[in-house]
Each structure stands twice: as C-alpha cells, then as structure tokens.
Design a binder for this molecule. Structure first.
Ligand code: ADP
Length: 445
C-alpha cells in the first residue's frame, strides 16, 4: 500500500481524499496556491507545499511545481481529484515517468475517452448505443447541413474538447445552421483551445443518467448502479440522486451492461462514470465517459455503502475487485451548495463567510471545506460544499433534505440554498417528473 499520497487539488475534494487516507493510515501531502493558504486541506494534511500564485495555470495546473512537491515530500502516489489535472493524460504519464502512481487510469485510457469524437467512435465499435449523428469532426457548414437533414432537426453542435456544459449550440432548423456553426467553432476555440466540433441529434426532454463503474488492473469490472443528474442549469448539474426515479430494473440491467461494455472496450482501470441520455421511451445513448472521481460520487457511496476514494486507492495499489454489480439499498440526494445568487442569474458571489451553521442529524452528510471566517476566493469554482441526505425512500430523503437545508446558515455570501429549498417543495420534482429541461420552466419565488 502507498505510504504517502499527494493530493493535486483543493477545496472539498482535497479534504475528501485526506479523510479516507487518514482512515487507511496513509500520510498526505496537500498542495496549495497562495490564495488557499488558509484552507482546511492545508491544515488537515500531514504536510503542505505551496505551488504557486492563485490562478489555476500557476498552481493546480502547474505540473512542474506539483511534481517538485511530490519529489521533496517523497510521495509515492498522486490523487488528482476532479477538474484541474484529473483527466490530463500528460500528467498521468509524467507521474508514471517519475515512478509515482497516478491514482486513476493510464494515459492511453484517458486519451481514448478524452475527446468526445474519439470516445464516440470507440463506443460505436464496442457496440454501445450512441446519440445518432455524423461520424467524426465536422469539416464545413455544408456537411453539417447535410448530416442534419439526414438525421432530422433539432440537432446539437458540440465541442469535441467540451466540458462543464460549455460549447454546445442547439439548432432547430437549417436557417440557423450557419450562424450556430460559426459561433460554436469560435466558442470551442476560445474555451478549449480546440475548435473541433461535431453534430448529433438533439434528444428532446431527456434524462441524464450515469452509471458508476469500477475496474481493476486485471480486467474485472463492476457497476454500482446509476445517478440521475437531470436537474441542470445551462447543462450544469445542481442536484443528483440515486436511484433515479425514472429507473426500472430492466433499464438498469441494460444500462449497467452497456456501461461495463464501454469500460471493457478500453480495459478501464480505476473508478469512472459512463454518462447516458435516456429518452422518454427509455432508449439510452452514450454521451461521454468521465475517467475520474466525480463531484456527485457521494450519492453512490450512500446507497451502496462503498467508499469510492478508498476503492480508487485500493485499485491503484493492485487489488482485485469482484466483478459483481451493486443495487442501491437506500435513496440518496445531493444538493450542490454554491456561492451563487439564485435571484441574480446564479451570478458567483465570492467573499468572506461571516456566519456558518452546518446541518446534522440522522441521514445528513456535508462534504465541505469552509468554516466561519473562510474567504471563498474568486479564482476557482464557486462550490461551498455538498449536502447529501440518505433515507429508505425518496420521499424521506427529500424531507430530510428540506429539513437540513432549513438548518444550513451561511452568511456573508449568497448561496444556492433558497433555490434548493424551493425545489424540494416542488410537486413535479417530488413526484419524480423531470427531465434536463425542468429548470427552464422553474420560477424562483
Ligand atoms: P459536458 O462534458 O460539457 O458536461 P455533456 O456531453 O456531458 O457535456 O452534456 C451535458 C448536458 O448537455 C447533458 O447532461 C444534457 O443535458 C445536454 N446534452 C448534451 N448532448 C445532448 C443531446 N444530444 N441532446 C440533448 N441534450 C444534450
């Protein structure tokens, strides 16, 4: 087993990894930017190394500084968390070159799922259903028009290097194509330094349902059932839950098998997630694979009773997994508590948290790195933490969530708590009647 793990990340996920390492008797090294010197991950780790100035490029994306920190502290493994370098094949390769274990997949596995066009091609070969559309990158607007005509409007233009819900353009009819094509390309180049775009059928009123999988170094793959992430704003997840209210035993079996097939196709090692869109007929389509731990992993932990960070570390250290699949035994919901103003178009609201009261009690879990007096820096994402509740039934988990949200006091910055409180009282949400379009018609009181 590893003796010392360096965590190449910040915020709640850095703390999350430190917690599991403590329980496993593994020493930890935190790295931090100058903006994060007062962060809990710095205080809770056994050692901490400053790796640069606030901007991501100068610190959490600065590979030479992170490798230097690993060398001087004698770390024998690196956990990348999510975001930053988590899906960076070059970083995974450099760790291997230094003889430091990257807790995640190999560079070739990351590459085969790294850009969406390559991932889609790999899935087609593996026999996993994908969203209908053209093969490969678009060469020009004429080609886009002809593919769209063939598969039928509406269609969606997506950046092959896209992520975080950015770089997508919906096209309802041919007249909009030229404009959409040009802006999508410019946006992709600006956001991802890669202007490759592709086209696929726009699935109307879909559910976003993803399958958590784990694979070991010997070809065994298990799935740990689904998470429903359909509650999204501008393609970004706000609430996740497991099981999905839209799930049936038959659909879980089919999606679970497809997810395992997808992972097998690239001999996947580590924990990972296969994201699907599911239409109203319960037909599902591969969208992408995330080759890392995800923000919403906690809901799966609560319903299957696995510590997914521990699984990830054990797999990296060479342990065998059973290849068995796991059904949800409970119902869990997660609300992302962000420093954003839900009454002002969810505008980020960084600043100092003056008062903090965190909820507790039966069935409540809070994964957060903040404390009273903590200053949320403006340089990174605006997540304050994740509030997760678990109960026997969905209704009880929602009731517990409402109760816990009502107890949560965060003063000094605006938060998404008022939004979540209203969502938990919404009849359609409570009845499980929602798709990824749900929030478009949702008005805050
Ligand atoms: P990202 O990597 O930026 O998160 P995804 O490919 O995972 O992008 O898509 C994010 C969200 O965008 C999905 O959850 C879904 O709501 C929407 N979306 C993506 N592709 C389609 C599609 N073909 N039809 C309908 N909605 C889509």
């Amino acid at each position: 087993m590893f003796k010392k793990i360096l965590i190449a990340n910040r915020g709640e996920i850095a703390l999350r990894v430190i917690r599991t390492c403590r329980e496993m008797g593994i020493k930890t090294v935190a790295v931090y930017s100058t903006a994060d010197k007062d962060s809990l991950h710095v205080r809770f780790a056994d050692e901490a190394v400053c790796i640069g100035k606030p901007s991501g490029a100068d610190s959490y994306l600065n590979i030479p500084n992170i490798m230097a920190a690993a060398e001087i502290t004698n770390a024998d493994a690196v956990h990348p968390g999510y975001g930053f370098l988590a899906e960076n094949a070059k970083f995974s390769q450099i760790c291997a070159d230094y003889g430091i274990k990257f807790i995640g997949p190999t560079p070739s596995m990351i590459n085969s799922m790294g850009d969406k066009v390559t991932a889609k091609e790999t899935m087609i070969k593996a026999g996993v259903p994908v969203v209908p559309g053209g093969h490969g990158l678009l060469e020009n607007v004429e080609q886009a028009k002809s593919i769209a005509k063939e598969i039928g409007y509406p269609v969606i233009l997506k950046a092959t290097a896209g992520g975080g819900g950015k770089g997508m353009r919906l096209v309802w009819e041919e007249g909009q194509m030229e404009n959409a094509y040009n802006t999508a390309k410019i946006e992709a180049a600006g956001s991802f330094k890669n202007d490759g775009i592709y086209l696929e059928k726009y699935v109307e009123e879909p559910h976003h349902i993803e399958i958590q999988i784990a694979g070991d170094q010997y070809g065994n793959i298990s799935h740990l059932s689904e998470r429903d992430c359909s509650i999204q704003r501008r393609h970004q997840k706000l609430v996740e839950e497991s099981p999905s209210p839209f799930m049936t035993p038959d659909l879980r079996q089919r999606m679970g098998d497809a997810a395992k097939k997808a992972a097998q196709a690239i001999n996947y090692e580590s924990v990972g997630t296969i994201e699907f869109l599911v239409d109203k007929h319960r037909d599902f389509y591969f969208m992408e694979m995330n080759t890392r731990i995800q923000v919403e992993h906690c809901v799966t932990e609560e319903v299957t009773n696995f510590d997914l960070i521990k699984e990830q570390i054990l797999i990296a250290a060479g342990r065998h997994i059973s290849g068995k699949d796991y059904e949800p035994k409970m119902h869990a919901i997660e609300c992302r508590i962000n420093a954003e103003d839900p009454y002002n178009d969810f505008r980020p609201s960084p600043g100092k948290i003056t008062t903090l009261h965190t909820p507790g009690g039966h069935g409540v879990r809070v994964d957060s790195h903040v404390y009273a007096g903590y200053v949320i820096p403006p340089y990174y994402d605006s997540m304050i933490g994740k509030l997760i509740t678990v109960a026997q039934t969905r209704e009880e988990a929602i009731n517990t969530m409402y109760r816990a949200l009502s107890e949560y006091v965060i003063e000094g910055v605006k938060t998404t708590i008022p939004f979540h409180l209203q969502l938990m009282q919404n009849d359609d949400f409570r009845n499980g009647h929602f798709t990824t379009k749900f929030l478009e018609g949702f008005k805050l009181k």
